[in-house]
Design a protein around this ligand. Structure first.
Ligand code: GLC
Length: 492
């Protein structure tokens, strides 16, 4: 029997935004429970909940002050249990986000003796040249204690010291707490970063040279981190029900991710390589091929709560085509809430922006608020919303899209219904096109700027745009296999 997660479509719920049950402008756990039928009808297999634990909210939940409770903003532990039971009754698995690299500075471990953290004595200068991912140095001086503490993210997110065995014991207990409640697994935040270079050596190249990836850091991705995942895997395997570990391992080069997916470590890791690509056929194909070559199992991601929405990156028409590409690829897929509605990145006014990236870089980097605006459920937009929804989202609401066969939502629902199985085999294709076959279908994506001929007689299963006898630029189609021959254009 194939494990459930091998072909699963996971749907990321940014809890603070997804669905607000009490009208306070923030999403909450009961709101998610109410929307489970929507997710079932969409056709996803599992949901991933971003952190809902007590948190001062400096990084909207990724600064946890108590790992075994629910923040009152989002509900209670009873609400969590009800959500989990309803999800399971609906046929949906639930994975929760675990944040082991750092805690909130409000955590009692940090306000207490601080023995679980990476600290360095105050000697007058910074301990080394490590920068924070959110701008500025990765060290903050605590004058009262006469020491620096490390934070790869915001100063309110001090990094734990995984060289300390106590931290291992603590997290074993935390994982057990949620496993005992019945979660189907964990998404592990910045999984490659937990263990730091104990010597705290300077980085040769301290400034990020690639976007959204950690290639340039020597201080992390250390051999010892793999022992943690071997322990965690033993722990999750001791539970019934195929619990899964999914690592957020942020390298654009997937060969750096492969060691985390050894048989006794994590089952899955996000493959962010498509997130780095422009709308370019050669680049996308290269990214798909190199991921398939590098990894034992490949996941596919175009959006999440940290990156610009694809409608804004690629264009609206192209985002529809990208949905057919994504959902035709072999292996687990991660969708981010609102991706199925074709939501664009919202160009928010500076005064409402809240992301620590925006604040720490004094607006030089806009940050991630634009992809975190609560999705519209009804044409009548709510009176309160922690980030303002554009008025144009009334027409993009779930209510409006459910009434329109040509909507983004309808396209996603149909694609999830028809999702193919089997190996990916490329077919020869005109320049600027991506054409591959799985068992049931052939996926043709026209990434070029010109309309493309389509094979005659092949029944169309699904198209991202209305078709004539050509496939428009920026469109995609699923054709029934086998027997589809691509005759148009020069072969590549
Ligand atoms: C991960 C999360 C991101 C968060 C960061 C620090 O990259 O996806 O949202 O800010 O870790 O926890």
């Amino acid at each position: 029997m194939r494990e459930w997660w091998r072909d699963a479509v996971f749907y990321e719920i940014y809890v603070r935004s997804f669905a607000d049950s009490n009208g306070d402008g923030f999403g909450d756990l009961p709101g998610i429970t109410q929307r489970l039928p929507y997710l079932r009808d969409l056709g996803v297999d599992a949901i991933w909940l971003t952190p809902f634990y007590p948190s001062p909210g400096a990084d909207h939940g990724y600064d946890v002050s108590d790992y075994v409770d629910v923040d009152p903003l989002f509900g209670t532990l009873d609400d969590f249990d009800e959500l989990l039971a309803s999800a399971h009754a609906t046929g949906l698995r639930v994975i929760v986000d675990i944040v082991p690299n750092h805690t909130s500075s409000a955590h009692v471990w940090f306000t207490g003796d601080r023995s679980r953290y990476v600290t360095a004595p105050a000697t007058g200068s910074l301990p080394n040249n490590w920068p924070s991912n959110f701008g500025g140095p990765a060290w903050t001086l605590d004058a009262e204690r006469d020491e620096y503490y490390l934070h790869l993210f915001a100063p309110q997110q001090p990094d734990l010291d995984w060289h300390n065995p106590q931290v291992h014991t603590d997290f074993d207990e935390i994982l057990r707490f949620w496993l005992d409640r019945g979660v189907d697994g964990f998404r592990i935040d910045v999984a490659h970063a937990l263990v730091k270079d104990a010597a705290l050596a300077d980085e040769p190249e301290p400034f990020p040279v690639t976007r959204f990836s950690s290639e340039w850091r020597n201080a992390i991705d250390r051999p010892e981190v793999h022992d943690i995942y071997r322990d965690w895997r033993r722990l999750t395997d001791s539970y019934d029900g195929e619990r899964v570990l999914v690592g957020e391992i942020v390298f654009s080069d997937q060969t750096r991710v492969a060691p985390y997916l050894r048989p006794d470590e994590l089952q899955l890791a996000f493959n962010f390589s498509l997130v780095f690509q422009d709308w370019n056929a050669d680049a996308i194909r290269e990214s798909i091929d190199s991921s398939l070559a590098a990894l034992p199992i490949v996941t596919w991601v175009l959006e999440n709560h940290d990156v610009t929405r694809i409608v804004t990156r690629f264009g609206e028409r192209e985002a529809r085509a990208a949905a057919l590409l994504l959902l035709a690829l072999p292996g687990p897929v991660f969708l981010y809430q609102g991706q199925e509605l074709g939501l664009e990145e919202v160009d928010l006014p500076d005064e409402v922006r809240q992301d620590p990236i925006f604040k720490r870089t004094r607006g030089e980097r806009k940050g991630r608020d634009g992809c975190r605006v609560p999705p519209p459920w009804t044409r009548a937009l709510p009176a309160r919303s922690w980030l303002p929804q554009p008025a144009t989202w009334s027409a993009k609401s779930v209510e409006a899209q459910l009434e329109d066969d040509t909507s983004f939502l309808a396209l996603h629902r149909r694609a999830l219904e028809l999702r193919p199985s089997g190996k990916l085999r490329w077919r020869s294709s005109p320049h600027g096109a991506l054409v591959f076959e799985r068992d049931e279908l052939v996926c043709v994506v026209n990434v070029s700027a010109e309309p493309m001929g389509l094979p005659k007689l092949a029944p169309v299963l699904l198209a991202s745009e209305p078709l004539g006898d050509k496939l428009p630029a920026g469109a995609a189609v699923w054709l029934r296999a086998p027997g589809v021959e691509h005759r148009a254009g020069p072969e590549q």
